[in-house]
Unconditional design. Structure first.
Length: 302
């Protein structure tokens, strides 16, 4: 059960972070490339690196091959986040979130092929219920059907695959009792990605313009958002040490449900930040989805 608590930290905190991401994109980055927003993630990881090195000096004593792979994990994660923010820039959070459900499928395939992980029938049933519950609340309702968003699907499927690949590399090293070393060098990869963005003159100009216009608000909101996101990421990554990759990602897929739940709270109390459909039919559908997810979580934790 310990792994489940850590795994649930991810979706709860990521749901909060997703709404903050959407607010930041609409408020400050509507006419700015989202690559600039990714810089704040890179800077947060860079700031954490000295503390990790102080806590565990052995993180610096790794062979070049291992350092390269762990750093690659950070680069892949940041690339995944870049595609995610690009998708979020053109669509609502509740439209983007359902595509995260591809991650457990990628995770199961990679865990089986690379790590040889297998799941019991009960765990497979639980994972299926989680994904089914989240998909049921993610699908649109009503008579009007929108055309399939191919560009959004391509962006988010790429995001899901790259994030699963980054998670796989992290797990390979983390299970060897190298959690902090893997985290340290993953942050290094994120910093390298950020340095690459800063090397582009257009992005530097956009960053300086944003900071001149909204320095205090932008820094405070971004710092808070990155701390929340970091907490979710660390909880999720620690769960990988204790449980199979596909199970952790299946629990992580409940992010969509938490995004909807938080959207309802924001709609009721802070309507300027979010607007969810609170009709009786929608609430019943989402309640049924929550029951499916809860049952699925109970099964995978057995």
């Amino acid at each position: 059960m310990t792994w489940l608590l850590f795994a649930l930290c991810g979706p709860v905190l990521w749901a909060i972070s997703t709404h903050l991401d959407k607010y930041l994109v609409e408020r400050y980055f509507k006419d700015t490339d989202v690559a600039v927003l990714v810089l704040f993630t890179a800077l947060m990881g860079l700031a954490a690196m000295p503390f990790i090195a102080w806590f565990d000096p052995a993180v610096l004593k790794r062979d070049v091959g291992s350092i390269g792979l762990m750093t690659l994990s950070g680069l892949l994660y940041m690339t995944a986040m870049f595609f995610y923010l690009r998708a979020l820039q053109g669509h609502d959070a509740t439209v983007v979130a359902p595509f995260f459900q591809a991650s457990p499928l990628f995770g199961y395939a990679l865990g089986y092929l690379v790590l040889g992980e297998t799941l019991s029938t009960t765990q497979l049933a639980g994972g299926t219920l989680i994904v089914a519950g989240v998909l049921s609340v993610s699908l649109g309702s009503g008579k009007r059907r929108e055309s399939f968003r191919w560009r959004l699907a391509a962006q988010m499927l790429t995001c899901g695959f790259l994030a699963s690949l980054a998670t796989l590399i992290f797990k390979i090293f983390a299970v060897r009792d190298e959690f902090w070393a893997t985290t340290f060098w993953m942050f290094a990869g994120e910093a390298v990605f950020g340095a690459g963005i800063l090397a582009v003159a257009r992005y530097r100009t956009q960053l300086l313009t944003l900071l001149r216009k909204n320095r205090t608000a932008l820094v405070v909101i971004n710092a808070s958002n990155e701390l929340i996101n970091l907490g979710g990421a660390l909880g999720n990554r620690y769960a990988l040490v204790l449980a199979p990759l596909s199970l952790v990602q299946a629990v992580g897929s409940t992010t969509t449900l938490f995004i909807f739940g938080l959207g309802v709270v924001l709609t009721v109390f802070f309507p300027r930040f979010a607007r969810e459909d609170l009709s009786r039919g929608e609430l019943l559908r989402k309640g049924a989805a929550a029951a499916l997810v809860a049952t699925g979580v109970w099964l995978v934790s057995r």
